[in-house]
Design a protein around this ligand. Structure first.
Ligand SMILES: Cc1cc2nc3c(=O)[nH]c(=O)nc-3n(C[C@H](O)[C@H](O)[C@H](O)COP(=O)(O)O)c2cc1C
Length: 319
């Protein structure tokens, strides 16, 4: 069994955290990841209601394994009730990423709940380590969903491991046992895995989105703000989202100012989302999407990834 600071702290059988993914990682996915031996997390979106956080957490709790919840710092400023609902739901880990997480990390201190945040460069990692964060997530630019588009996972991880004393978890592009073995060998306490879980039946991914993800290759993603601009979602500057390239992106990339002033485009995206037309609607996914080949339960993804990593790591220790 792979043992790290992460598995010890949270009593895990695999050093894998299921990334919080709003709209995709609810209580069912979190429970399945935790059942596979990892730490499942629930992703909370900017407009998620407190009642929905409690309901998803109840599903995760029912598995009888530890789980976590991921919040967006910029959204909490207007929705502090999300934080209260998360803390009251019994997670072992709360991640607050993308914006001013410090006040929330301060409130976690002394509760027994560990605090994590995703960082995109070394300076952000140092600030997190100085600010009472327990687990630093070094998130490279190849990762799916929102975050910094600055440094790729491997150079970021190496630099962050040198810069901070805390457990560091690697995120971005880790979708097989090879990737997990690589980051563990480098010194990470584990991997924070999102895209590799997109095709699992427990994820909130629709059948059509899952088919797109399974068909995509590693060159099919782009980092963009067009889907946020079209929906009027007020992400702060510096946090684009990595998604599958599609027709809507091709039409509007580079014309974001025009897009913001186009109610027609907003309506078109809304109706494409409702009908599941992914030529226009988005599928957030990282470059690891090219490694998704089949539908597997999240517990199997986690258990297979850990077993495969262990095999790869043993090759170098065998006498
Ligand atoms: C569909 C999707 C939704 C995401 N939503 C969130 C979110 O709500 N909160 C968050 O902190 N990160 C979110 N992320 C980013 C993940 O936490 C993580 O950084 C990323 O998935 C790791 O890289 P990978 O996708 O290559 O595994 C999301 C990622 C994806 C793919």
């Amino acid at each position: 069994m792979l043992q790290t600071a992460l598995t010890e702290r949270f009593s895990l059988r695999a050093p894998i955290i299921g990334a919080p993914m709003a709209g995709v990682a609810g209580g069912d996915l979190a429970a399945a990841v935790s059942a596979g031996g990892g730490l499942g997390m629930i992703g909370v979106g900017s407009s998620t209601r407190a009642g929905s956080i409690r309901a998803e957490a109840a599903k995760a709790r029912a598995a009888g394994r530890p789980f976590g919840i991921g919040l967006m710092a910029w959204a909490l400023a207007e929705r502090p009730d999300q934080f209260d609902a998360a803390v009251e739901s019994g997670p072992v880990l709360v991640a607050v990423s993308f914006g001013a997480y410090q006040p929330w990390a301060d409130r976690l201190r002394g509760t027994g709940i560990a605090a994590a945040t995703q960082v995109g460069d070394v300076e952000e990692a140092r600030i997190a380590a100085d600010g009472g964060i327990d687990v630093v997530v070094a998130r490279g630019s190849e990762a799916g969903g929102h975050g910094r588009d600055r440094v790729a996972t491997l150079p970021l991880l190496q630099a962050v491991l040198d810069a901070v004393e805390l457990p560091v978890v690697a995120a971005g592009g880790i979708a097989t046992g090879r990737g997990l073995a690589a980051v563990l060998a480098a010194g990470a306490a584990g991997a924070w895995v999102g895209t590799a879980l997109l095709a699992s039946p427990e994820a909130g991914t629709s059948a059509a989105a899952r088919a797109r993800a399974l068909a995509a290759s590693e060159t099919d993603t782009v980092c963009t703000t067009v889907f946020d601009v079209a929906q009027g979602i007020r992400w702060p500057a510096g946090f684009p989202g990595r998604a599958l390239a599609n027709e809507f992106w091709r039409r509007w990339s580079g014309r974001e100012t025009d897009l913001a002033a186009s109610p027609e485009a907003a309506a078109q995206l809304r109706s494409a989302r409702a009908s599941g037309d992914f030529d226009l609607a988005y599928v957030y996914a990282g470059q690891g999407v090219g490694l998704l080949r089949q539908v597997r339960s999240a517990a199997t993804v986690v258990a297979d990834m850990a077993a495969e990593a262990e095999r790869h790591l043993r090759r170098w220790t065998a006498s």
